[in-house]
Design a protein around this ligand. Structure first.
Ligand SMILES: [Mg+2]
Length: 295
């Protein structure tokens, strides 16, 4: 990068002021005002080149959008509003100021959609690949956050949209379900909620350990029908794509009575582990095959 101070000066001109921001990025710390009674929800998530995106294929603006939207999706999963974000970027040496600006524009574009201010961050260059870490601050704004542990036997299991095939492009361009998450959390009917990042089969056990999913009613995204010309894994059926692909960023939730939105895909049970009921009513164990990082 030619000049870090030029880049930081440029960032100062780009900031989006929201009513919460008393002092934006540029001092040692930013200062936010917080409405009385608001809960602060806070989390961090990183995206890494060759894991969550491919810098040889995806332009920096798209990478910035994804990095921010993954965090905003976590706000959706709790039913809170994204309020502010902090961004730490490790740039490959020689990326250039224009690349860094495009990355920032992507981060900001995604944040602006939800009136979320980027209030601080840090940029460094190194000999490694691009890595972006975003810390998100959410606020409850009058709605009690929904956690992962409230499901009880008899609750319905729902998703906010069709699943599968995100690798064909949607994993970069998804829209976080913040408004849906607010509506669901505010309905008083939702008992547990999570956003689907690792795949239905891997994220479901995070909200309930016993359930029956009905294969015939799991919504499959039209992308799956486009096919997978370059398949990394043994060929999957459309249903298997919907169960295991991941990075759908739809909300997966349980509800004790009919929620204001969502497609019902199953029921929380008292025992039996996670099971999948075929169209012919046969029950089989649901084996988690979604995404898991190797350490
Ligand atoms: Mg999440």
């Amino acid at each position: 990068m030619s000049s870090e101070s030029d880049f930081l000066a440029w960032i100062k001109t780009q900031q989006h002021a929201t009513p919460l921001v008393q002092l934006p990025a540029g001092d040692d710390l930013a200062v936010l005002s917080w409405n009385a009674g608001d809960l602060l929800l806070i989390g961090v998530d990183q995206v890494l080149d060759q894991v969550h995106f491919d810098s040889a294929v995806h332009p920096p603006r798209a990478i910035g959008i994804k990095a921010m939207n993954r965090n905003i999706s976590d706000c959706a999963a709790m039913g809170c509003l994204p309020a502010a974000a902090l961004v730490s970027v490790a740039l490959p040496r020689g990326s250039g100021v224009d690349y860094a600006k495009e990355l920032y524009q992507g981060l900001r574009e995604a944040a602006d959609r939800f009136d979320c201010a980027i209030v601080g961050g840090d940029t460094g260059t190194w000999d490694g690949k691009l890595a972006i870490s975003v810390t998100i601050l959410g606020r409850s704004a009058g709605i009690k956050p929904i956690t992962r542990d409230g499901a009880t036997p008899g609750d319905g299991i729902y998703v906010t949209g069709p699943l599968g095939g995100s690798i064909l492009g949607r994993h970069m361009t998804f829209s976080p379900r913040v408004h849906e998450g607010r509506q669901l959390a505010g309905s008083g009917r939702v008992t547990a909620m999570i956003d689907i990042s690792d795949g239905l089969s891997r994220d479901l056990p995070r909200i309930c350990s016993n359930a029956v999913l009905d294969a015939a009613v799991i919504p499959i995204h039209p992308d799956v029908e486009l096919g997978f010309p370059v398949s990394r894994a043994p060929a999957r059926t459309p249903l298997e794509h919907a169960l295991h692909d991941g990075e759908d960023y739809e909300l997966l939730f349980t509800a004790r009575s009919t929620p204001p939105l969502g497609t019902r895909i199953g029921t929380v049970t008292a025992e039996g582990g996670l099971q999948l009921r075929s169209a012919s009513r046969k029950l089989d164990p649901l084996v988690p095959l979604g995404w898991e990082h190797e350490l």
